[in-house]
Design a protein around this ligand. Structure first.
Ligand code: NG6
Ligand code: CA
Length: 515
């Protein structure tokens, strides 16, 4: 590490002198390092074998975990997607931005084009920057013409290359967008998208169940694409519509192509996998791999994709010069709106591992996720129980590449990520559908929140209760014993620390929009 930092400092000086125009030589002493963030969607703490899964095997994720630092207290910033991604890319807590909620496919861009972002920071340090996969941070200014240049979007907040889906796999528009243009768009078959009303004559999951190969359970009864009904309405773009079963391969090939195209310069690649979010649509070659139905099969598919991506880095001689970070945007859910056997075939598998709750929850499983750093030859294998959050990647990676830029909520924890220190965060605010909770040391405080204790549609405990909850994670990882009444001093101390960051909260209710 010391060796690397010295080199990094020399490089930034060199960069200033030469404007960093010269291509980098990725030899043994090659510098600066590439950074690849592999970001799964709804992958739970217990979903991978490196974190204790016994019914699913994820050899490629395990390889990263075994050869790098496997964090046992690694957190996403939120228990849902858009807010977590917002925090990852901006280094700011999502609860500071009221609009950082699960976004529709027509939502405007959540990140201001004026704002500093992770990719902008990399760009300033002479990196090429790319995103492949799920975006879900809004596009345009609220009235997008899907047949023209779609902006602002990832390209305007720092990514020089972007091959994305706009929102989620279950939301329209169901098309790929490459650098602001719908891939395979056709002026004679223009695309229109609405989240308010259907377009005359267009089939929906509600009215045309005979068209469906996967039935909806709750929500997801609007436009039918590829035999799956989605959230939202869409017309046109027949040639541009994705085939869900090919999505994993499509994104993988784009990510590999990106690496090949930029292997001779430092690059930052954000590879945002769509699995295992709904609708779960494994390519036929993975169907039946786990006996758990599509959810298990797409986890194995995602693991394979990760293996292929690593193989590309390896065959290009880049592995020794690339920091790989793997994590998930939020915790797991089984039934998230389709009948896909996720709950009926889960068997002995525990997607949340030993944790309580899941996606949407303030309990640990909402935000405590797989979190691995891997860098061949630079990071020694270790298991770390330091508390780290994805919001910290901004300042930590900035430090890695010799940038002075920091963001207020984002702690510089580079040494922790490198496995050289165990001094992680002392305090962390976690967020779930607008509600917040607080971790400090081994303690968790969940303030009173209105709303249902359990979201029955998804069968997940949300963490809502009319009174304070206080748990000691060292003794009670599964958050079963509320110590708020028996530990009044600790409770008071936790409330004071929480309110010092968050301000007074008033029993916020969740707005789950699950219907
Ligand atoms: C919810 C969807 C859910 C999923 C989630 C976003 C319904 C009923 N449920 O509103 O299926 O799409 O939004 O997931 O529509 S996330 O991982 O992108 O946050
Ligand atoms: Ca997600």
């Amino acid at each position: 590490m010391m060796k690397f930092l010295t080199i990094a400092l020399m490089t930034s000086t060199l960069c200033i002198l030469s404007s960093c125009n010269a291509p980098q030589n990725h030899g043994e002493e090659s510098i600066p390092p590439n950074v690849v963030i592999i970001y799964a969607d709804d992958l739970g703490y217990g979903d991978v074998s490196a974190y204790g899964a016994t019914e699913i095997t994820t050899p490629n994720i395990d390889k990263l975990a075994r050869g790098g630092v496997r964090f046992t207290n690694g957190y996403s910033s939120s228990a849902t997607c858009s807010p977590s991604r917002y925090a990852l890319l901006t280094g700011g807590y999502p609860w500071r931005n009221e609009k950082a909620r699960i976004l529709d496919g027509t939502a405007p861009l959540l990140i201001s084009t004026e704002q500093m972002t992770l990719p902008k920071m990399f760009k300033e340090q002479g990196y090429h920057t790319g995103i492949v996969g799920k975006w879900h941070l809004g596009l345009g200014d609220g009235k997008v013409d899907w047949n023209a240049n779609i902006a602002p979007g990832p390209n305007e907040v720092g990514f020089e290359y972007a091959y994305i889906m706009a929102a989620t796999q279950d939301r329209v528009p169901t098309v790929y967008i490459e650098n602001g243009r719908v891939v395979r768009s056709d002026p004679n078959d223009p695309i229109e998208v609405s989240y308010k009303e259907n377009f005359p004559g267009e089939p929906t999951g509600k009215e045309n169940p005979e068209m469906l190969k996967m039935k909806w359970h709750h929500g997801h009864f609007n436009t039918v694409v590829n035999g799956i009904s989605r959230i939202g309405y869409m017309k046109g773009g027949a040639e541009a519509r994705w085939v869900d079963e090919n999505m994993a391969d499509t994104f993988l090939v784009r990510a590999q192509d990106y690496i090949l195209a930029h292997k001779d310069e430092p690059f930052f690649l954000y590879y945002a996998l769509q699995q295992p979010h709904v609708p779960r649509t494994p390519h036929p070659r993975f169907v039946g791999e786990t006996g758990m139905g599509p959810r298990g099969d797409v986890i194995v598919e995602a693991d394979w994709c990760i293996g292929e991506l690593i193989a590309t880095l390896e065959s290009e001689g880049l592995l020794e010069n690339t920091l790989i970070i793997l994590s998930s945007d939020n915790g797991p859910v089984l039934n998230d709106g389709y009948y896909d056997d996720a709950d009926t075939k889960v068997g002995a598998h525990t997607p949340a591992g030993p944790l309580r709750g899941g996606k949407y929850s303030l309990f640990e499983a909402g935000t405590r996720v797989p979190f691995i750093t891997y860098w061949k030859g630079q990071i020694d294998p270790a298991v770390s129980d330091a508390v780290v959050s994805q919001v910290d990647l901004f300042s930590s990676l900035s430090s890695l590449v010799g940038s002075e830029i920091r963001s207020g909520d984002s702690e510089e924890l580079l040494q922790v990520l490198m496995g050289e220190s165990n001094q992680g965060r002392e305090e962390l605010i976690i967020e779930a559908t607008g509600r917040t909770a607080f971790r400090k040391g081994e303690w968790v405080l969940i303030p009173p929140h209105g709303g249902r204790p359990v979201a029955i549609e998804v069968n997940i405990e949300l963490g809502n209760a009319p009174e304070y909850q206080l748990y000691n994670l060292n003794e009670d990882l599964g958050e079963q014993n509320n110590l708020a009444a028996s530990q009044p001093d600790k409770l008071e101390e936790m409330i004071a620390s929480y309110e010092a960051i968050r301000g007074k909260t008033d029993g916020t209710s969740e707005k789950l929009e699950l219907k």
